[in-house]
Design a protein around this ligand. Sequence first.
Ligand code: DAH
Length: 341
Amino acid sequence: MLDQKLKELREQMEQRLNQVDSREKLSAFWQDFLGKKGSIADLMKDLGTVSKEDRPAMGKVINEFKVQAEQRYQEYSERMEKLEMAARNRAEQVDITLPAKKHPTGNLHPITLVKNQIIDVFLGMGFEVFEGPEIEDDDHNFTRLNVPKDHPARDMQDTFYISEDVLLRTHTSPGQIRVMDMEKPPIKVLVPGRVFRSDSDATHSPMFHQMEGLVVDKGITLCDLQGMLDKFVKQIFDADVRTRLRPSYFPFTEPSVEVDVSCFECGGKGCSLCKHTGWIEVLGGGVVHQNVLRNCGIDPEVYSGFAFGIGIERITMLKYGINNMGLLFENDLRFLKQFKD
Ligand code: DAH
């Protein structure tokens, strides 16, 4: 009887396996034949009905069938895996001859690039960076910088007024006042930022960028200013560049100077860049006016300082040979892309 059953089961097993074309069918096969309540388990139970003498031989046959069923299961399981893998490979096939996807990266605007370069140079000399507000009051922008109301120097920096006393800052110099209100000497600070004037022509823009520098400590002189600026221009332009100071006038410095660098294009011989003078003006500065220190509660008998203001557009144009300031604001990608590192 059991023999007959085994024979039938063998046939059934092959039939079932022939139909296996998915993981689900394969696990159903396992349940039905090898599971706890499967046919082979049933056979084992039936073993009880077999006579004692026949039992060991019969048990052996059932066990062999079980091993065979397990092997067949294993074979189909591996076959299934291969089929699945092949299907996945087919689905995920890539054409490696297609052109690669481009991920265009942007680059920094030349003004930002030069601003960062300037900051880098001064950070190396121990400066900190402070940013003041673009909307300023008259007091910080003019009065406390020793430019009282009705002072003719105000004409040099006409700007946009929000109300009688509130305006768009005309320079980054009010940053000096804000820093000295907050900190006492020694002070070594840079103030980068946007500034505004009602000026617009080929060489002027109503908005441009400056970098203010301020150093206040005991015993600071004009020589310190020259020494630091000398280091600065050598790093920004060329190691051979020399500096010279020319007397000038700013209400917040006394003495005041314009700083020129020897022309890095012609080495000082004279060319169109330096208008055949051998020198190029790069920034203004001077020794901080005693009134400015006093206006911030710093005793000018004890402390002195120097300050300077750099036009970032100007440095950028000189450094990269840009002859039209408009290019810096038009955002023409053909121009901007040239500054990719
Ligand atoms: N604030 C001046 C300007 O915008 C530039 C300047 C000159 C700044 C001399 C300074 C300085 O700190 O000492 O024209």
